[in-house]
Design a binder for this molecule. Structure first.
Ligand code: ASP
Length: 417
């Protein structure tokens, strides 16, 4: 494939702008065959749906395969003992905190109020019936795994995948072949994601053009509010949460940390990929922050795979955004489910552009929110993806530095130099 003149980010951003302009122009056109049949319910709908459906097609296999892999590798992690369990605990706790912040901001700032998506997509709003809280928990266990996959019951798929992965690692030598097979399947699914993402600019154009041609300028404000809310969440997490973690667990200066870590954040911002940033994160944690190679070579790749605080913030805000857009009241049980699924989703989210938005479908599905709401978010996801990826990798480095300090693997002279 010939590499184009522009990178994917630039192309998606251009598609976004062109989509908005086209949408607004079409919005102001008189109704008629050209506007309604050819464009809004023709070309725009087609381009957007092809992209959305291609993404949804990948969700179940992606979640299942990447979680089996993640859990199988975590099996090794427990063998690594104290450092391993501390790291995993740290990663999961910060992610859960991130979602709580996101949900709180979503409730307070109400980004989705004021946009009538009902006008955009005539969706049957499927409200979940009020169920006893315990039911939410026991229903996490599938009584039929094929049924769970067919209906896309994400929590059930996650539980089965985690059990499969852990069992696989317990099989040891006997499971090696299968574990290897799952790794290859993971490569395959990553390739599929990459291919689908090639069409992201066209899909984004279709989605955004259709939204704006149907609701006109009124879509602009809620979308800006959504982006703004996510950015505020990311900022709070990066300063307050990481700041207090640094203070409590290491006593090191967060400022010094950020001064040195900024290059990695910029790489993450421009590539929107934690995976692609691994080499830079490793280099900086070792050379500039003074973390021993033994620690960072374990915590950084693991973090890039399972630790996605920024993504979790996006998923929390996005869930509330969708609920608000469709006028669905978010219950406490729904929020708890979101904290749980989004934390697990972060383990399963690959460190590649756009993966978090794919996993968002599973978070929405877990509480019965309409998946169509993703259409709107998808259009502007790249703008959010870049920033959340920067926070994803920051979380890895914060954890790495703190673990290193507590394990005597941090050269403080280098850190402070
Ligand atoms: N792009 C993010 C990352 O690589 C994942 C996501 O889409 O949220 O960390």
């Amino acid at each position: 494939m010939k590499k184009g003149k522009y990178g994917l980010t630039t192309k998606v951003l251009m598609a976004l702008v062109i989509g908005i302009i086209t949408g607004i122009l079409v919005y102001n056109m008189p109704s008629g065959t050209l506007k309604d049949t050819v464009l809004v319910d023709g070309l725009f709908l087609f381009l957007g749906q092809v992209f959305l459906r291609a993404i949804m097609m990948l969700v179940v296999p992606l979640v299942f395969i990447s979680l089996v892999n993640g859990a199988a590798n975590m099996g090794d992690v427990t063998k690594l003992g104290r450092v391993g369990s501390k790291t995993v605990l740290f990663y999961l706790t910060t992610t859960a905190i991130a979602i709580v912040i996101a949900l709180t901001l979503g409730v307070l700032l109400k980004p989705g109020i004021g946009l009538d998506m009902g006008a955009v997509e005539a969706v049957e709003v499927t409200m979940r019936d009020k169920v006893p809280l315990v039911q939410t928990f026991y229903e996490m266990i599938p009584n039929n795994i094929v049924g769970a996959m067919a209906s896309g019951s994400m929590l059930q798929i996650i539980v089965f995948a985690l059990l499969t992965g852990v069992s696989l690692s317990l099989l040891g030598e006997k499971g090696a072949y299968l574990a290897n097979l799952f790794e290859r399947l993971n490569d395959l699914i990553m390739k599929l994601v990459e291919i689908v993402m090639i069409f992201a600019p066209i899909g984004v154009f279709g989605l955004i053009a259709r939204t704006f041609s149907t609701v006109g300028y009124s879509a602009m404000i809620p979308l800006m509010k959504y982006i703004g809310t996510v950015y505020i969440g990311l900022l709070i997490h990066a300063t307050v949460v990481y700041g207090s973690m640094f203070k409590i667990f290491s006593g090191l200066s967060l400022r010094t940390f950020y001064k040195k870590f900024l290059p990695a954040m910029s790489v993450a911002f421009s590539t929107a990929s934690s995976g692609a940033t691994i080499p830079v994160t490793l280099e900086i944690t070792e050379r500039d922050l003074g973390v021993s190679k033994e620690i960072s070579s374990f915590t950084v790749p693991l973090g890039a795979t399972i630790n996605m605080d920024g993504t979790a913030i996006m998923q929390g805000v996005a869930s509330l955004f969708v609920a608000q857009v469709y006028g669905i009241e978010m219950t406490l049980a729904m929020m708890l489910t979101i904290v749980l699924t989004a934390t697990l989703a972060s383990i399963g989210t690959a460190g590649v552009p756009g993966a978090g938005a794919i996993m968002l479908t599973m978070v929405l599905q877990s509480v019965g929110l309409p998946l169509e709401g993703i259409g709107l978010i998808m259009g502007i996801d790249r703008l959010v993806d870049m920033a959340r990826t920067a926070i994803n990798v920051t979380g890895d480095a914060v954890c790495t530095t703190i673990i290193a300090k507590s394990e005597g693997g941090l050269n403080e002279d280098v850190f402070n130099s």
